[in-house]
Design a protein around this ligand. Structure first.
Ligand code: C5P
Length: 310
């Protein structure tokens, strides 16, 4: 990296879905959702610097699993923004990856939202937030929430967001499994498991929204059983996750659920101290690759460094 180059660094959080209510498959293949997103404090960072052509690099323990071609949502974000403004996508995007890859925590979406914000600032476009959110929705169903952060109800395929109040921080442990799960395959499995039975329209659980707004972890935990309609599908595709969920419950988690389409499992704890103990117990149980402690909500995509040309 040349010292005098302009540089924009953006930090973007992971998410957990405290509710994922899934409706029947739509004619376009997507599913209508009532998706209660909560941003959690595990972050990827995207650093944008000028380059002759679009280039993606990635560092982090799981960097080897991240595609560096134009299928990466960060690349698609840069290409989409550049095309809209009729400018060349002349940027190097470096991803510092800490969010589990293909884990159901929106790591790819985070990189898309982060790259979009970083390119927008690097190229001096300063687009209005509503325009960035529109581009995010084009990139993927979860990408608008990665930009917004906090907590929100996502409807449609998850891209129409209504921010939600959160009364106090919640403490979580995320148990990371070996290997990822493909989101389309988990939705296909949901379709297979529900074939022949009527799937009701998705609805947000009012008790869950109240528990979020009061910040009461015990009340929230009481609403998390069966709150993720993708959980049976993820467990069918990855039966070993049943043991991870059981290990967290035995170790005192207030609630245990699959994060989004999995295979990361999420455990709600009553305090940061309880979360640290729970993470240790999960590691000792041998039912996960690693266990990460994080709190929610977290801020959405944020510019943490903007260096002008020296
Ligand atoms: O929007 P995104 O590209 O992240 O979605 C990935 C895949 O997940 C879609 O191609 C679709 O198979 C599935 N999906 C869905 N319904 C949604 C969101 C995603 O079926 N609401």
């Amino acid at each position: 990296m040349t010292p005098n180059q302009p540089r924009v660094r953006v930090r973007v959080p992971a998410k957990v879905n405290v509710q994922l209510s899934v409706g029947p498959a739509r004619p376009d293949g997507f599913h209508d959702l009532a998706n209660v997103f909560l941003a959690v404090g595990l972050y990827d960072e995207i650093t944008a610097t000028p380059a002759e052509t679009l280039r993606i690099t990635c560092e982090g323990p799981d960097a080897g699993q991240v595609p560096l071609d134009h299928t990466n949502l960060a690349a698609r974000a840069a290409l989409t923004l550049a095309a809209r403004h009729h400018i060349p996508p002349a940027v190097h995007l470096h991803i510092t990856k800490d969010i589990p890859v293909a884990g159901g925590m929106a790591g790819g979406s985070a990189d898309g939202a982060g790259a979009l914000l970083a390119c927008d600032r690097l190229w001096g476009l300063n687009s209005p937030r509503a325009e960035l959110l529109d581009i995010c929705a084009e990139l993927g169903s979860d990408v608008p929430f990665s930009l917004l952060g906090g907590a929100a109800l996502g409807t449609g395929r998850g891209e129409h967001l209504t921010p939600l109040p959160v009364g106090a921080p919640f403490s979580w442990v995320f148990a990371v499994a070996d290997g990822g799960l493909s989101t389309p395959k988990v939705f296909q499995e949901f379709d297979r498991l529900t074939a022949g039975t009527p799937v009701p329209p998705p609805t947000a659980n009012p008790a869950l929204l109240t528990a979020l707004s009061t910040g009461d972890p015990t009340a929230l935990a009481a609403t998390l059983t069966h709150s993720n309609d993708l959980q049976p599908a993820a467990l069918t595709l990855r039966p070993s996750l049943t043991a991870t969920l059981a290990a967290g419950t035995e170790a005192g988690a207030l609630a245990a659920l699959i994060s989004g389409s999995g295979p990361t499992t999420a455990f709600l704890a009553k305090s940061p101290e309880a979360a640290a103990d729970l993470a240790q117990a999960l590691l000792t149980s041998g039912t996960c690759r690693t266990a990460r402690v994080a709190t929610s909500p977290a801020e959405g995509a944020t510019v943490v460094e903007h260096t002008a040309e020296g």
